[in-house]
Write a protein that binds this ligand. Structure first.
Ligand code: IPD
Ligand code: CA
Ligand code: CA
Length: 293
C-alpha cells in the first residue's frame, strides 16, 4: 500500500484516474446488503443510541476490498475502522457505509451509502446512494451535481420564512439537547416548517436537489458530511459551520448547508442564545401564511 501511495505525484489530481460509473456500480452492489434484515437486526451498541449493525460492517468490508482492488493507491477512511494513520495530503476515500443506521434498524427508508474522495485536504468527489429510493447523487469538483445522471440545483427560496429546513438532533450527545433544540425552535419559528430525516447525507442531498432549502446539525463526523458537502456546493449551494466559516473533512464539524440565499439569515438565527418564544407580531410568518390570513 505504502509503495503504491508513493507513486502518486502529490501535485497531480487523482480525478482523471477514477471511473465514477464503475465506483457507482460498486456502491449500488454493496447497497444490496441493506436488504439483509437479519444483518440489520444484528446490532452492537457503540454508545448511547449509537449502533452498528452487521450491514454497516459488511458494506464497509465489501467497499473497502473492492476499492482497494481497483484503486490501490488511494487510502481508505471508514466510520467503522481506526483512521489514525490517514494522511489528508494524499488521496483517500471517506466512507459512511450506512448513514441513517437507526432508520435502517427501524425499517424507515431513509438511509444511504455516502462515499467521498478527498486529496490535499479537500473533497474532490462525492457520491450518495439511497437504495430505497434508487437515487444516486454524484458530484465531481468543478463539474456540477447530478441525481441519477440528471443535473440538480438548489432551491431559489430567498427568505427563511418561505423555506423548509431539515434539522439534525446530534442524537449521540444528549448533553447538548437544550442548545440543539433551542436552535431548532428558533429556526422553526421563522421558517415554513422543519423536517428530521435521520440521515445527514440524505439531508445534504435533499438541499442539493432543492427538496429542502437548508439543513443544519452540530458535531457531524467527516463521513457524515464529506460527500454531501461537495454535492451541495456543486449544485449551487453553500456549506459552512454555524458561524459561516469554512469546514474541513478532517475534523468533526457543525454543518450549515443552504441554497446560498438564506445562508446569512440562518447563521444569524443559529447564533441567537436562547429560543425566542415572544416573536414580534409578523416575524416568523412566511408570505404563504400571510396570504392565508
Ligand atoms: C447519523 C445520522 C443522523 C445524524 C447523526 C449521524 P449514522 O449517522 O446521519 O441523521 O443526526 O449525527 O451520526 O450514525 O446513522 O451513521
Ligand atoms: Ca453517519
Ligand atoms: Ca454510519
Amino acid at each position: 500500500m505504502e509503495e503504491n501511495l508513493m507513486k502518486i505525484d502529490i501535485h497531480e489530481t487523482i480525478l482523471p484516474m477514477i471511473d465514477f460509473q464503475e465506483v457507482a456500480a460498486l456502491v449500488k452492489e454493496a447497497a444490496g446488503l441493506f436488504c439483509d434484515n437479519a444483518a440489520a437486526a444484528h446490532i452492537t451498541a457503540k454508545g448511547r443510541a449509537d449502533f452498528v449493525t452487521e450491514v454497516d460492517l459488511a458494506v464497509q468490508r465489501t467497499l473497502c476490498g473492492r476499492l482497494a482492488e481497483k484503486y490501490p493507491m488511494i487510502q481508505f477512511m471508514g466510520e467503522e475502522k481506526d483512521n489514525r494513520e490517514i494522511d489528508f495530503e494524499r488521496p483517500l476515500w471517506i466512507l459512511d457505509p450506512v448513514d441513517g443506521t437507526t432508520n435502517l434498524i427501524h425499517h424507515f427508508p431513509e438511509s444511504c451509502i455516502s462515499l467521498a474522495l478527498a486529496e490535499r485536504h479537500e473533497v474532490v468527489a462525492g457520491m450518495i446512494y439511497n437504495p430505497w429510493m434508487e437515487e444516486l447523487f454524484l458530484a465531481v469538483k468543478g463539474q456540477g451535481a447530478t441525481m441519477n445522471g440528471k443535473p440538480i440545483h438548489v432551491s431559489d427560496s430567498a427568505v427563511l420564512s418561505d423555506s423548509l429546513v431539515s434539522v439534525g438532533t446530534t442524537p449521540y450527545s444528549h448533553e447538548y439537547a437544550d442548545r440543539v433544540f433551542s436552535q431548532i425552535k428558533n429556526v422553526f419559528l421563522r421558517s415554513q416548517d422543519i423536517r428530521r430525516l435521520g440521515s445527514a447525507a440524505m439531508d445534504l442531498a435533499y438541499v442539493a436537489c432543492g427538496r429542502v432549502d437548508a439543513y443544519f446539525e452540530q458535531f457531524l463526523k467527516p463521513w457524515d458530511f464529506a460527500a454531501g458537502m461537495l454535492i451541495v456546493r456543486e449544485a449551487g449551494g453553500e456549506v459552512t459551520d454555524y458561524q459561516g466559516k469554512p469546514i474541513s473533512p478532517e475534523h468533526p464539524q457543525s454543518v450549515l448547508a443552504t441554497n446560498g440565499k438564506i445562508h446569512d439569515e440562518l447563521t444569524g438565527v443559529l447564533s441567537l442564545e436562547e429560543n425566542t418564544d415572544g416573536l414580534p407580531v409578523g416575524e416568523g410568518t412566511g408570505t404563504n401564511r400571510e396570504v392565508l390570513h
